[in-house]
Write a protein that binds this ligand. Structure first.
Ligand code: NAD
Length: 315
């Protein structure tokens, strides 16, 4: 495992982070014991940062993660959770709700502090509220010792850039924005760094799109992007390589990202992911993949409030 600085926090994080959304059954029913083994395997193999949220499985992911971490030395991993998103269309970034939310997360996770608290999917909120109310409230929780660092997450990069420029945040997390299909986050990373934020890359497998199993039904990618991903899988299979290996090593490589969060509730998959994170990609295969994805490269779907989607950014 390689380790990288988490921006200006003074923390050092594993280049591969554990994304806990699958523990909430987001990608299909899971066996809790298998999920717990996946978390323990990730930690045993050097992963030292875990991302979760109350939203994942309507608090189930936090509950399962809390059970997985029971008995693990709290100083050996960094715990990131979120506030503000509680359902597919349930958002509340108010001071009262986010304050209660952090307490609830601490209870489910069995800890007295979060290393990082992030405003979850800010494009669904009023960005002025996040700037003027949510982040100042979280700064108060930091002063009280409940959280150590503050961050924001979301899909449209302009919304993240606007908030990061207005209020100093320690981290910015975006997802599906640096993969074989979309390279946008790498281009945006220097701007976030200038604003003082570490960039965290999530969903290197494009939320399942870049796996042999393919994406879940709820995935927002349109048919042409799904078809391109399937064609990439075929090219990889023809060369005897798992598409997930190529996708993961590609997404985790840029040093502009402090870490890349990959999710799995399967210990064998997590062991593969750690092994694959630093693997090489056959240049001929990569060239073939570039040709296949060219027509849909950097396609961005629309999500969140219309005013938070830059027209040049999302289709
Ligand atoms: P991902 O790209 O990591 O893909 C997850 C899917 O890939 C799951 O179906 C999983 O079973 C499968 N998978 C994982 N490893 C595999 C392997 N070795 N072989 C085959 N299949 C494999 O997507 P994700 O889980 O959405 O993203 C990772 C994490 O990033 C999340 O769990 C979450 O913590 C974070 N995230 C945050 C946000 C946000 O804050 N808005 C959004 C998306 C993701």
């Amino acid at each position: 495992m390689q380790y990288r600085p988490l921006g200006r926090t003074g923390l050092t994080v594993s280049m591969l982070g554990y994304g806990a959304s699958p523990l909430g059954g987001v990608f299909g029913q899971i066996d809790e014991q298998a999920g717990i083994r996946a978390v323990r395997t990730a930690l045993d193999l050097g992963v030292n940062i875990i991302d979760v949220a109350p939203y994942y499985g309507a608090t189930v992911a936090e509950q399962v993660l809390g059970r997985a971490l029971r008995g693990v030395d709290r100083d050996t991993y960094l715990l990131a959770s979120k506030v503000g998103r509680y359902g597919d269309s349930a958002f509340d970034f108010s001071a009262a709700r986010v304050t209660a939310s952090v307490e609830e997360s601490l209870g489910r996770l069995g800890t007295d502090h979060l290393d990082l608290v992030q405003c979850h999917d800010i494009e669904f909120g009023d960005l002025d509220q996040i700037i003027d109310e949510t982040l100042p409230t979280l700064a108060g929780l930091r002063a009280a010792g409940k959280v150590r660092f503050l961050g924001i997450t979301g899909y449209p990069l302009p919304a993240l850039a606007r908030v990061a420029a207005a209020v100093p945040v320690d981290t910015v997390l975006s997802y599906c924005r640096y993969t074989l299909l979309d390279r946008t986050l790498a281009a945006a990373a220097p701007g976030f760094a200038t604003a003082g934020a570490a960039v965290m890359n999530a969903s290197p497998l494009a939320m399942g799109l870049l796996t042999r199993r393919g994406a879940p039904d709820w995935h927002p990618a349109p048919p042409e992007v799904r078809r391109a991903a399937a064609a990439v899988a075929d090219r990889c299979a023809a060369r005897g390589v798992d598409i997930a290996q190529v996708a993961l090593s590609f997404a985790a490589a840029p040093v502009e990202f402090a870490t890349t969060f990959v999710g799995s509730a399967n210990a064998d998959n997590m062991a593969d992911n750690v092994r694959w994170a630093l693997s090489d990609i056959d240049p001929d295969l990569l060239q073939e993949i570039e040709k296949v994805v060219a027509p849909v490269l950097n396609y961005a779907w629309s999500t969140g409030r219309p005013e938070n989607n830059n027209p040049g950014e999302a289709a």
